[in-house]
Ligand binder design. Sequence first.
Ligand code: PLP
Length: 457
Amino acid sequence: MANKEIPYKIYLEEDEMPKAWYNLRADMKVKPAPLLNPATHEPASIDMLSQVFCRELAEQELNVTDAYIEIPEEIRSFYKMYRPSPLVRAYCLEKKLGTPAKIYYKFEGNNTSGSHKLNSAIAQAYYAKKQGLKGVTTETGAGQWGTALSMACSYFDLDCKVYMVKVSYEQKPFRREVMRTYGADVTPSPSMTTEVGKKILEAHPGTTGSLGCAISEAVEYAVSHEGYRYVLGSVLNQVLLHQSVIGLETQTALKKYDIKPDIIIGCAGGGSNLGGLISPFAGEVLRGEADYKFIAVEPASCPSLTRGKYAYDFCDTGMICPLAKMYTLGSNYIPAPNHAGGLRYHGMSTVLSELHDQGILDAVSYKQTEVFEAAEMFARVEGILPAPESSHAIKGAIEQALRCKETGEEKTIVFGLTGTGYFDLAGYAKYNDGELENYVPTDEELAESLAKLPKMD
Ligand SMILES: *Cc1c(COP(=O)(O)O)cnc(C)c1O
């Protein structure tokens, strides 16, 4: 199919959609360090993880040997409602930039939850149902994960309990109502429904909550109620695995038109969309079949890959989840408020952390005003109103395309456009009013937080 004209949107047929997820860990010669039990520092076992997570998901979490894991038929049918997602040629952005580079983006915002998170939510809800559970609990900050999970739970008729950080609960009433419409029970955190919530409220009356506190409440509810498990929307290996549908579809779409990417870019919060997008391509690199440049883009206010330390740390502020070796800013690190809520996480997926350490994955960070400028340019020429998280990847792609303009290189750039920004208009309002502030932590602040990493011996 060489020389075929490239359409604005490359769609796949239903039967070209992936039938198995790709597990990059199977092709990694040096694997990510194992998850550890936070109390004993012994490697986490399936039995230990199954107390908190669904059994089959705990198995996926620890599976470093199977390169392909079949996607159950019911999940594939759900995927068909909103996938395959288009791979779009950004002809208008290229023209606007005057770059010889060819830019493509994989758009994951075409579902009601507005982001890629539904790809994993539906898988996690499926395994919970299969295990015969009554329901699942989770936390949500910005609200995208809670929304995706409530959609998935209503599909499988599962109870869905969402602890939403109080400040978001109050500031994002529309997200809350979407979740409630899908049947989720949304509680502002900290709350009086858990012991940990009561304790926090007693010590800090009037607190507006934090993600760590919401995680602690969600986990406590799950482990103290029969038939419930806790689910998480990023960071974990199982989430990267489910998100590999993004990369697999991208790979098939590119192959259809004989396109070979040079640079693949994604925003990185906990690493699930980026990990999912690059996994099949990173597999080619690890097997010595191809060479690509991978770039993670993070906010300057929460720079885990670019300025963090590669060390064992808690995945949650509540210090209940397993310890993971990852690039981290310290589980106590509270990033300054910024408008990319989905990227305000202190750590990074262990798989991506290991790839970064091996020099396979590059990382850059940008300030939020630069990111909103990129979002505005993109919205005006390509039509989609991007989520602030996704706009980090847009900014990264624009920078690479401008570099090509200087050198005259016709590189092919692919980036992940993870979602839409309709619930982020408060951030856009600040940007439009010229009131958006940048915050970049000092070396001292980071050192202070990193000094509190758990002592490993
Ligand atoms: C959650 C979220 C992200 C960041 O999460 P990852 O796990 O790093 O992918 C990025 N974009 C959007 C739209 C999100 O909702």
